[in-house]
Design a protein around this ligand. Structure first.
Ligand SMILES: [Zn+2]
Length: 331
């Protein structure tokens, strides 16, 4: 039995046919968690789908209409890189509802994990890179609307930059002073850190491979551009620095951790060299930091395209294990 909730619905399944995105990975993660005794049935809660009103907190009415009516242009569907269907719309609405529920549970239990979500390439007016709507942004805006939180921080550790998230939260109204620190730390061959002068009510951190999709990377509040093929030690040092810097500038009421499995060295769409153990240590570092700061964490799984699907499943399951190791113990 876990000390927190896992959010999941069989309706997370993405009907996209044969695709580099393993559409059944969510079910497989749940099966593995249960089979290995990491989680038990009562640990799971099932979300309602998001309602259109929630989605409209982030996305434009025109875009939502196109998704509901099936009137995306051919170019828009191509850019999304997943085949449009009304069933796919339902799956994304379901996962957005899951992220809202996970954020809500995180506020009560310190942490909650949805076995899905993390669609950080979705912009207000279009989808990209397998992402139709930005579930994490929707969850944040919904909790803000309900007066449950005022501020949030997105910690995006998917190997690809969180371009949609960066744009959604760019220039939002700020209850705090704008950042005053300048960008660029000491030159380091492993990475380049860019701190944006503009911060709103949501601070976005993206730690990603620089030479990878998306080609154009709109500025997050804090971007860490990692060079190709860095391994565990360098990655973890960069993450530790990014968390310290971000939290020295901004103290959020909720962290949304985008726990992509694709920094893995055998990922088909990634070019970093992290091990499975290093990725678990990454999760643990985020959780330990959040716990030490007293900030609840909502977790989404995001990408993962390992040559062996079993490795992707292991990395995602380890995120649950790491959360239990950190949050399941006192102190
Ligand atoms: Zn990714």
């Amino acid at each position: 039995m876990l000390s927190f909730k896992l959010v999941y619905s069989a309706d997370y399944f993405l009907p996209i046919g044969s695709h580099v995105f393993p559409a059944d990975k969510y079910q497989r993660v749940c099966d593995r968690l249960l089979t290995n005794g990491i989680a038990a049935a009562p640990d799971f809660v099932s979300p309602h789908p998001a309602i259109d009103q929630d989605v409209l907190l982030v996305h434009t009415p025109q875009y939502v209409q196109k998704l509901k009516n099936g009137t995306l242009s051919a170019r828009e569907e191509l850019q999304m890189e997943v085949p449009y269907s009304p069933e796919l719309v339902r799956a994304f609405w379901q996962m957005a509802g899951g992220s809202i529920l996970a954020a809500d549970h995180a506020l009560h239990d310190g942490v909650a994990i949805t076995i899905g979500g993390g669609f950080h390439h979705a912009f207000p007016d279009h989808g990209e890179g397998f992402c139709m709507i930005n579930d994490v942004a929707i969850a944040i805006r919904r909790l803000q609307r309900d007066d449950k939180i005022r501020t949030a921080m997105v910690v995006d550790c998917d190997v690809h930059q969180g371009n949609g998230t960066a744009v959604i939260f760019r220039g939002t109204s700020s209850p705090i002073d704008p950042l005053t620190a300048s960008s660029e730390g000491a030159p380091d061959p492993a990475h380049q850190t860019r701190l944006n002068q503009q911060a709103g009510d949501v601070f976005t951190i993206s730690l990603h491979q620089e030479n990878n999709y998306p080609a154009f990377k709109p500025r997050s509040s804090l971007d860490v551009n990692l060079r190709d093929a860095i391994g565990d030690a360098e990655y973890l040092a960069c993450l530790g620095n990014a968390l310290s810097l971000g939290l020295s500038k901004f103290h959020p009421e909720l962290i949304c951790y985008v726990a992509g499995a694709d920094p893995y060295r055998e990922d088909q769409l990634g070019g970093l060299s992290m091990s499975i153990e290093g990725l678990k240590e990454r999760d643990s570092l985020v959780f330990r930091t959040a716990k030490a700061e007293g900030i609840p964490v909502m977790v989404t799984l995001a990408g993962g395209y390992a040559q062996k699907l079993e490795d992707t499943i292991t990395i995602h399951c380890n995120t649950v294990v790491a959360a239990q190791e950190v949050f399941g113990t006192e102190g």
